[in-house]
Design a protein around this ligand. Structure first.
Ligand code: TYD
Length: 223
């Protein structure tokens, strides 16, 4: 069937959520059963963890943030991802282990060994078959994100400044480390990564590139 576990990654404002939804739709159109999910917050326990993780009024230590992200992931793997894969469904996940490696590893700690070890325990051997990195300069991404959030009226929500959550509010240097970190990951895990530069591209054009990456793998798997 080709890649069954597909993850979308990228800096904030890279358009992952839109692209994840469009990809899921397209896979359904060719008759594949799809589960579309996301992190943090892909389960009801995860929803509660997401509220804690993203609330700017809550101060978390670095290790608490690492562990809560991993806890969200562990629950998500056992409750949603693993059962879906066992039922031969295609799982499209908006963020997964690479987000923790990029944000908590490269972004907060400056290296990934500890975050990687913790997350390897959380994912129980379930690595993505294909990871699509939607790349964007942090400045452009945050601008795009702020605009989308204010159009959705989210700046009025509790604790958000300019519509940005606790992690998005970090300084540009943090977001630059995240972005650079993703590039390191694409070299570490070159087999499963496909990079799409989304700068100045329309949603439809990015969607087409995402689809080409997925379709190529499906074709390759069919020999
Ligand atoms: P996301 O849901 O993609 O943001 P939004 O829906 O607001 O566009 O992700 C929320 C934030 O959580 C985002 O800034 C990235 C961060 N994050 C981590 O720092 N580590 C992780 O492991 C995950 C999954 C997300």
């Amino acid at each position: 069937m080709g890649p069954t576990f597909i993850t979308l990654e990228g800096p904030d404002g890279s358009g992952k959520s839109t692209q994840a939804a469009l990809l899921a739709e397209r896979l359904r159109q060719i008759g594949l059963p799809v589960v579309l999910t996301r992190e943090p917050g892909g389960t009801s326990v995860g929803q509660k963890l997401r509220e804690i993780l993203l609330n700017p009024d809550i101060k978390l230590s670095v290790m608490t943030e690492v562990l809560l992200m991993a806890a969200d992931r562990a629950q998500h793997v056992q409750e949603v991802i693993k059962p879906a894969l066992e039922n031969n469904m295609v799982v499209v996940c908006d963020r997964y282990i690479d987000s923790s490696l990029a944000y908590q590893g490269f972004g907060l700690l400056g290296e990934i060994s500890q975050v990687k070890a913790i997350n390897e325990t959380a994912i129980d051997g379930i690595w993505p078959d294909l990871t699509i990195l939607l790349d964007v300069e942090p400045e452009a991404g945050l601008r795009r994100h702020r605009q989308a959030e204010s159009e959705a009226g989210r700046s009025q929500c509790s604790g958000r400044t300019n519509g940005l959550d606790r992690i998005e509010q970090r300084d540009l240097q943090f977001h630059q480390r995240v972005r650079d970190g993703y590039h390191v990951l694409t070299r570490m895990y070159a087999q499963r990564f496909v990079v799409i530069d989304t700068t100045r591209l329309q949603i439809e054009t990015v969607a087409q590139k995402v689809w080409e990456a997925v379709a190529q793998r499906i074709k390759a798997a069919h020999g």
